[in-house]
Ligand binder design. Structure first.
Ligand SMILES: [Zn+2]
Length: 433
């Protein structure tokens, strides 16, 4: 098992050295490397691409009998990195102080590496599923929305990526509370209903302030409301269960429960708070193109995330609670409903069993991601697919890990690489038995 850790460390270092910053992505070299690695171990591989420079890798190990497909989904692209802010070159894959350093060390070349090494080690040892198949999907373009990656695969090649069970990113981090260690298993993701607000006025020469009717000034009260208020709550089952486990209640007064949590663990409160309801975050504003022209129109863009199950009507009602009904025009720029898989299922049971064996007394905690991952494409295309974010970390807590994701000095503890690889090694032997 020490070999799994060593081999995962080496593969991760290699993957980090492929610059797959998206845009532009350019994932081909990394994908061909992975294909070679998995083919040699006995996997049947193919690359499928919408853009030739950005293929997706499917690697399959089939059993003799029909059965479920267990999918391991990961993306090989990364966000950018600013080397001056780092203490190690972001594309060095340096091994230092017990960590592998570099962009993608957490999000998520580490998981790609752990899954590939675990799967290759099974295949090399002659293991084949008793029934069903193990399907590794290493995709492109997650960080820019999945057009060339998971969206392309699920829409254009659904028969090749159909899964009954799916393990993806977004969970597996550990935290301690009242002496109990909890591992998050990501069951749900919020939807995206970004919108623009437009105010109207009359253009005029800026040297005579009252000549026109300044549309930009009409944004002031809207921005103030956005700064002062948040919409009412829509608490789903995952945050409800989490607050109940950590604070003893939470169902009756989630806000009070979060405040109690904040007193003891502000970071945990920070993570849970946005999962309790619709969030509205203004991020961009524009008005006049010229400094000497009073704008006849101003536009504010707002990032809005909505709990799973709620649609445009509910989102709009929550937004109007904050902004009031008039003084602006609202237009939705995106309408993606959030998604979830049940917090209780055979796959969650297997994950819980594994954690119980490895870390006795530790508990699984269903979580909701305020953002989203490629799981949404799979849950939408295959409504029966049970999809969870789970990459178990034991040594680095979520408090240490989360600030590094998309940040400077992203790194992963090599012991966690071994830990995760063991999970990816054990799971197929149970699910595909
Ligand atoms: Zn990611």
């Amino acid at each position: 098992m020490a070999d799994l850790q060593q081999e995962t460390t080496e593969l991760l270092q290699r993957l980090i050295r492929f610059d797959t910053v998206n845009p532009p992505g350019r994932e081909r070299e990394a994908q061909e490397y992975l294909r070679g690695y998995l083919e040699e171990a006995g996997f049947e591989c193919e690359l499928l691409a919408l853009d030739d420079a950005r293929p997706n890798l499917l690697a399959r190990l089939s059993g003799e009998q029909e059965g479920p497909t267990l999918g391991y989904l990961s993306h090989v692209d990364t966000v950018l990195a600013t080397p001056e802010e780092w203490s190690h070159d972001p594309w060095s894959g340096d091994l230092d102080d017990g960590f592998v350093w570099g962009r993608g060390a957490l999000d998520m070349k580490s998981q790609t590496a752990a899954e590939a090494v675990a799967a290759a080690s099974l295949a090399r040892a002659g293991w084949r599923p008793a029934r069903g198949e193990l399907l590794l999907m290493c995709v492109a373009d997650e960080e820019a929305g999945g057009t060339f990656g998971a969206q392309f695969l699920t829409e254009q090649h659904p028969d090749k990526v159909r899964c009954d069970y799916l393990i993806n990113e977004g969970g597996g981090g550990v935290f301690e509370w009242d002496g109990t260690r909890y591992y998050g298993v990501c069951c749900a993701e919020k939807g995206v209903f970004r919108f623009s607000l437009t105010t109207d006025g009359v253009a005029g020469h800026a040297s005579i302030p009252r000549m026109g009717d300044n549309a930009l000034l009409k944004m002031a009260p809207l921005l103030e409301r956005l700064a002062e208020r948040q919409p009412g709550l829509d608490v789903g089952p995952e945050p409800k269960a989490m607050l109940a486990a950590l604070t003893g209640d939470g169902a009756d007064d989630p806000r009070a429960a979060v405040e109690r949590l904040r007193e003891r663990d502000p970071f945990l409160a920070l993570l849970i708070e946005p999962t309790l309801g619709v969030s509205v975050t203004p991020t961009r504003i524009s008005a006049s193109e010229k400094i000497n022209v009073i704008p006849s129109r101003a536009e504010l863009q707002v990032d809005c995330r909505v709990p799973p199950g709620l649609g445009e009507k509910e989102a709009r009602a929550r937004i109007e609670e904050v902004l009031g009904p008039d003084g602006y025009r609202l237009e939705f720029l995106e309408r993606v409903v959030g998604n979830r898989s049940p917090a209780e299922s055979p796959l969650v049971d297997e994950i819980a069993r594994w954690i119980d064996e490895q870390d006795p007394g530790a508990q699984l905690m269903p979580t909701m991601l305020p953002g989203f991952t490629d799981s949404r494409w799979f849950r939408n295309t295959f409504p029966d697919c049970l999809a969870y974010g789970f990459f178990p970390h034991r040594h680095m807590t979520i408090h240490e890990q989360m600030p590094l994701i998309h940040g400077a000095d992203e790194r992963v503890d090599v012991r966690d690489l071994g830990y995760a690889a063991r999970f990816f090694h054990d799971l197929p032997q149970r699910v595909l038995a």
